[in-house]
Design a protein around this ligand. Structure first.
Ligand code: NI
Length: 165
């Protein structure tokens, strides 16, 4: 178990476009394992590699449901999204804040899994939101970069870290 320090704004790594992963190797496997440990430690729904200081296109997601398995996404790309809603969002890299953003209702992603096998994943609801949020991290975009309005950003009381991504 290894928990990695989470980078927060204004760390420049969060603004960088992450590079594609060329293939699996022991260091990538270790990074993914540490990202999963870190996501659990901070009760995150997801975590992207730039949030632990690594500018590579890797994200992990785990929905807050019993028996939900971790989803590992390497080089993910959104290939389809439909619908639209406005929803509250948080991020472990923007601690203590919540804001409202527009998100799709249904998202389809093409990626590679932890074995570097090509996968397609369809998500609705919170999974769709997490997929968009994490893939934006890989493009150097944070939810605070596209709030529906600046005054939708609120400062949270100290407790409450359940749905940060
Ligand atoms: Ni985030």
């Amino acid at each position: 178990m290894a928990v990695i320090h989470i980078r927060t704004v204004p760390d420049p790594v969060l603004k960088q476009k992450a590079k594609k992963v060329p293939g699996m190797d022991p260091s990538i496997r270790k990074l993914i394992s540490n990202m999963i440990d870190t996501m659990y430690e901070y009760n995150g729904v997801g975590l992207a590699a730039p949030q632990v200081g690594v500018s590579l296109r890797i994200a992990v997601i785990r929905l807050p449901e019993e028996d939900a398995e971790e989803i590992v996404l390497i080089n993910p790309e959104i290939i389809k999204k439909t619908g639209e809603r406005e929803i509250e969002e948080r991020c472990l890299s923007v601690p203590g804040y919540e804001g409202i953003v527009k998100r799709a209702l249904h998202v389809t992603v093409k990626a590679r899994d932890e074995n570097f096998k090509e996968i397609r994943l369809k998500g609705d609801g919170l999974l769709a939101q997490a997929l968009e949020h994490e893939i934006e991290h890989l493009q150097g975009i944070l939810f605070v970069d596209h709030l529906v309005s600046p005054d939708s950003l609120i400062k949270l009381p100290p407790a409450g870290t359940e749905t940060e991504t």
